[in-house]
Design a protein around this ligand. Structure first.
Ligand SMILES: NC(=O)c1ccc[n+]([C@@H]2O[C@H](COP(=O)([O-])OP(=O)(O)OC[C@H]3O[C@@H](n4cnc5c(N)ncnc54)[C@H](OP(=O)(O)O)[C@@H]3O)[C@@H](O)[C@H]2O)c1
Length: 331
């Protein structure tokens, strides 16, 4: 495993960080708790020391699973990245979506990052995670109803009290990052980035690179698409949000499959899987600090972790990028 520093902080994290969204089941058609715990523990055994979660993932379940998985591990050898600002248990801020929890009950999710709410959320997360501090505490989505300065004041207070080590944001554009960095020492921005979703390369990446803010790339396998396992006609289970996204339309599955076929010989030559090649390419892109990679079970997690054993020359990276630049998806 490789490790990289987050921004100019002394927080060192594994380049493949375990993403615990699917582990919480919500929006992923459910979860198998013991498999999820095992996936996190086996990842740790091969050097994946960092875990990204959020209260809203399974409405507390993902954080509980993380807490269970790390309870016997040395706390200072694990880095916990969690979030705040997506409330399903408080009607405040801006409605983000109507949804259903894991038991099928209707819930409304609000983007809200007011000061008192954050202080309360932090206490709840610490309890579920079974720890007394969070390494990186990130706003989950921008909240247009609360000034960024108020939100960051809450985080400064949590840092002062030792409950949080570092402040990060998620899903912020360059302007929002600039504003937040004016209110607190900001170390990271967590944003979507994969071979088929590269919008951040234009503004967000250059801004973050110039200001020493780490980029945590989320959904680097485009939620399973870039493993090559999804062929036209692929069926998701009920309540899996992927079914409604354009990436998984048959036409796009066909196009992505044709692209993956082009890079397969390189994967074969290196005796690695396509998804491993994809992950290595992703973390080699300028400004990308780490990849947050989700996994349903230990087998997937171990395969993802092993992607860091691969080396790619700049010619190999460029030849993958050349093929990728010919790929166009239908909206
Ligand atoms: N801040 C945000 O707003 C935000 C948003 C999204 C994600 N994230 C973070 O980023 C993390 C990763 O993103 P993600 O989970 O959305 O997507 P991802 O990492 O691109 O894909 C994860 C999914 O792909 C499939 N998969 C993973 N490894 C595989 C393998 N080796 N072989 C076959 N299938 C494999 C699994 O689902 P199946 O087996 O069901 O196909 C797994 O749940 C999340 O867990 C979360 O921590 C943050």
């Amino acid at each position: 495993m490789e490790y990289r520093k987050i921004g100019n902080s002394d927080l060192e994290v594994s380049v493949v960080t375990f993403g615990a969204w699917a582990a919480g089941g919500w929006m992923w058609g459910g979860t198998e708790r013991s498999e999820a715990v095992k996936a996190i523990q086996e990842s740790y055994n091969v050097g994946v020391t960092s875990i990204d979660t959020a209260p809203v993932y399974g409405q507390g379940l993902s954080e509980e699973i993380v807490g269970e998985a790390i309870k016997d591990l040395p706390r200072d050898k694990v880095q916990i990245l969690t979030k705040y600002g997506m409330r399903w248990d408080l009607e405040k801020g801006k409605l983000a979506m109507h949804s259903k929890d894991n038991s099928g009950k209707a819930i409304d999710i609000y983007r809200y990052a007011g000061k008192d709410s954050i202080i309360q959320e932090c206490e709840n997360s610490l309890k579920r995670l079974g720890t007394d501090y969070i390494d990186l505490y990130q706003i989950h989505w921008p909240d247009i109803t609360t000034p960024i300065a108020e939100t960051m004041e809450a985080i400064s207070q949590l840092i002062q009290s030792g409950k949080v080590r570092y402040a990060g944001v998620c899903n912020y554009n360059a302007d929002q990052v600039r504003e937040a960095a004016g209110a607190i020492e900001l170390v990271s921005n967590q944003v979507p980035y994969s071979m088929v979703k590269r919008d951040i390369e234009k503004e967000t990446v250059p801004y973050c690179m110039a200001h020493d803010i780490a980029i945590l790339a989320y959904s680097p396998l485009e939620r399973g698409l870039l493993t090559g396992k999804m062929k036209p006609g692929y069926k998701f289970t009920a309540d899996d949000h992927r079914a409604s996204l354009y990436f998984y339309k048959d036409e796009n599955l066909k196009r992505v499959d044709a692209f993956l076929d082009k890079i397969k010989p390189m994967a074969d030559e290196k005796h690695v899987s396509i998804s491993q090649l994809v992950l290595r390419w992703t973390v080699e892109q300028p400004g990308i600090t780490i990849a947050l990679v989700g996994a349903r079970n230990a087998e997937q997690a171990l395969q993802n972790a092993a992607s860091m054993d691969i080396t790619l020359t700049s010619d190999e990276i460029n030849s993958i990028t050349d093929q990728l630049n010919k790929l166009e998806l239908v909206p």
